[in-house]
Design a protein around this ligand. Structure first.
Ligand code: HEM
Length: 366
């Protein structure tokens, strides 16, 4: 509970600090140092709690979700300190940029990805009541992530003064990431065997599968844009913004929603208030996000084309050229927001007036 309160203080304090103009000037580490210290305490204590719980466990076998969760929090604790409390204050110039690249990609690859994958490995077998298709594949994915992700940081800084051989290593490791990604997806498809019919009846499965489809696209886009020939065109354009949104919203937010749809009725002891609203949430998010992603990619290609085909184009000209894409993008954004409002209202009403779950129904849902 203390950690929950501390985290709430950190997140609210962080956003208010930014609104008040206090920023550390670090990408993905904008909160000022006094908020970072609170966040660091929470991450460290949570990691300790996870380790202590594992140490006192009665079950000998450690399930794959727990591997991902433990590693994700351990990496995040170390990485947070590096990116927020050490690098901005002790390193400068190229060293600072190289460490920043490592920090940035470790946030997405060694925190968000493993904790999101933990959700997938936990909820999918629970909901489908199928065992994980392959434990070996899940371990291959885990160790692949651990081995290749730490070397990808400098792919954010290709063509920079960071040593060329370092950049080449990051491109190779970016390519190798296809291995853990495909092992996760193959496992997911295998775990769904005989249960594909649930796709039409279970909102959690809809969000899980949609997230998985987006995961495949994100992790195809990622390695290709790590190539020098591709990055020459798309770097500094909306293309990368499209990739970032696809990963965070398209994949991990979808998986988190799937988990919440499953867990909320259990926590509240009530059935979901409205399946219809959940359906609206799904379709608004899907259509809204598809509009957003396609316009970002389109805008990115227009910008990249303008910048690479001519020497006389100022960046601001590319911004003017893509403004129609942004208009359409905002339509997508509004649809996504409306979908999220449906979700929050549905969760609120579930807790307030949802039909209580009776004894054997609890069993059935469990
Ligand atoms: C196979 C896996 C992936 C690879 C190889 C990859 C590669 C890349 C590359 C090369 C860039 C930089 C492009 C540029 O600046 O020109 C990038 C940006 C980004 N990626 Fe990925 N990516 C992968 C998966 C992911 C995932 C799973 C997430 C989120 C959890 C993610 C989040 C981001 C974000 C937020 C950015 C934008 C950073 C910025 O604006 O500076 N990526 N990725």
């Amino acid at each position: 509970y203390y950690m929950w309160y501390l985290w709430a203080i950190a997140t609210f304090g962080g956003y208010f600090s930014l609104l008040a103009g206090y920023s550390q000037g670090v990408e993905v580490g904008e909160w000022p140092w006094f908020i970072d210290i609170i966040a660091q305490i929470v991450l460290t204590l949570t990691t300790i709690v996870i380790f202590m719980t594992i140490a006192q466990r009665k079950e000998k076998h450690i399930y794959v979700s727990l591997w991902y969760l433990t590693a994700g929090f351990t990496w995040a604790t170390l990485n947070y300190a590096l990116g927020n409390l050490i690098n901005p204050y002790y390193f400068t110039g190229v060293d600072n940029a190289a460490i920043q690249g490592f920090y940035l990609h470790s946030v997405v690859g060694l925190w968000i990805t493993p904790t999101g994958t933990a959700l997938l490995y936990y909820f999918l077998p629970v909901i489908t009541k199928n065992p994980v298709y392959s434990h070996k594949l899940s371990m291959l994915g885990f160790w692949g992530l651990a081995l290749f992700y730490p070397f990808t940081g400098a792919h954010h800084y290709l063509f920079s003064p960071i040593d060329t051989w370092v950049q080449t290593i990051t491109i190779m490791s970016s390519m190798m990431l296809i291995l853990p990604v495909w092992s996760v997806i193959t496992n997911q498809v295998g775990t769904m065997r005989g249960k594909w019919h649930m796709l039409s009846s279970h909102i959690e499965i809809k969000f899980m599968i949609l997230g998985a489809v987006f995961y495949v696209i994100t992790c195809f886009q990622g390695p290709t844009q790590a190539l020098r020939s591709m990055q020459q065109i798309v770097h500094f354009t909306d293309w990368v913004v499209g990739h970032a949104h696809l990963a965070i919203y398209g994949v991990f937010t979808m998986w988190a929603w799937a988990g919440i749809y499953y867990i909320w009725p259990k926590i509240t002891g009530r059935q979901l208030y409205s399946q219809k609203l959940a359906g609206w949430h799904f379709w608004l998010s899907l259509i809204g996000f598809a509009i957003m992603a396609l316009t970002l990619w389109g805008a990115g290609l227009v910008q990249g084309g303008m910048l690479s085909l001519s020497n006389n184009v100022a960046f601001i000209d590319t911004v003017k050229a893509i403004s129609p894409f942004w208009m359409i993008r905002s339509v997508g954004g509004w649809l996504m927001i409306t979908g999220s409002i449906c979700f929050v209202y549905n969760m609120y009403m579930t807790a307030k007036v949802g039909k209580p779950i009776e004894g054997d129904l609890v069993e059935a849902i469990a």
